[in-house]
Design a binder for this molecule. Structure first.
Ligand code: NAG
Ligand code: NAG
Length: 259
């Protein structure tokens, strides 16, 4: 005779019935069913994540930061070199997601079907923007191209140190592809994309660096990001705070480059 099922076990029975078809394809699930919802790892291994309402939160979403800048603006260089790069280095991966948009106060014109760019600090700035856009495109991986861009922006010349920076930070990147991008249609298309991203800002940018955090720009966020980026990111991050959030310094900032 089959034993009667005590009422208290019913939800568990229901759970087993729900996931039974998945059992055959969960080879890493080596825990008894009553432990499946106890940790995120086990829930994943046993393929029951969506059925465990009280699961401790997996890693929180990263804080999203977009930097609209131009390669030769002193305040942009200062923010990137003295605030953004060190903050990124200090924080664990997955806490801060950075998007770099080199273009800033540039203007684009359609000259008989080709894009032509005018940059606030002249042709050298356009070249710097283009080099950085192409490095992002060719390197793809943020942790490869950000140190390269940091290297260019922190040196005496943004445009003349590419080879030296590549040797130190990304010796394997293909020089000929980068050069082809900078001088060709790919670079033009990337710069046009940056122009469109910049023109789409809401509110429109009034100066650069223009910082957008989790999709928002306000004077207050901008001031906080410039004065203590680490403190701001730590404050906004919803997950468990890492050690680096313990103490944070403030920075005396240069005035931005107005349009
Ligand atoms: C990081 O930002 C990019 C946009 O620049 C977005 O496509 C990507 O999904 C974001 N990644 C995470 C993990 O939030
Ligand atoms: C750029 O100008 C050419 C003519 O000079 C025109 O055919 C083309 O549609 C224009 N492109 C855009 C995106 O405005």
């Amino acid at each position: 005779m089959a034993p009667t099922v005590p009422l208290s076990v019913l939800p568990l029975v229901a759970l087993v019935a729900l996931v039974a078809p998945a059992l055959g394809v969960a080879p890493d699930c080596d825990r008894p069913a009553h432990l499946w919802c106890r940790s995120p790892e086990t829930a994943v291994a046993c393929q029951v994540e969506s059925r465990c309402p009280d699961l401790p939160h997996p890693a929180a979403a990263p804080v999203q930061l977009s930097l609209f800048y131009e390669s030769l603006c002193p305040a942009c260089r200062q923010f990137l070199v003295q605030a953004l790069f060190p903050t990124w280095l200090q924080l664990p991966t997955g806490m801060l997601n950075i998007t770099l948009v080199p273009y800033g106060n540039a203007q684009e014109r359609n000259v008989s079907g080709k894009w032509d760019f005018d940059c606030q600090h002249g042709p050298e700035e356009c070249l710097g923007n283009m080099i950085e856009a192409c490095l992002m495109h060719e390197a793809k991986d943020f942790s490869t191209y950000f140190p390269l861009i940091f290297c260019l922006e922190s040196g005496t010349s943004v445009t003349k140190n590419l080879e030296a920076c590549l040797q130190v930070y990304a010796p394997d990147l293909d020089r000929s592809r980068i050069a082809a991008c900078v001088q060709g249609d790919t670079g033009m298309a990337l710069m046009h994309q940056n122009a469109q991203l910049t023109e789409a800002l809401d509110p429109p940018h009034q100066y650069v660096p223009w910082i957008v955090i989790n999709g928002k720009h306000t004077d207050e966020l901008q001031a906080q990001a410039e004065n203590s980026l680490l403190g701001l990111i730590c404050h906004l991050y919803q997950g468990e705070k890492p050690k680096a959030c313990g103490g944070s310094k403030t920075l005396k900032t240069l005035p931005g480059c107005r349009r």
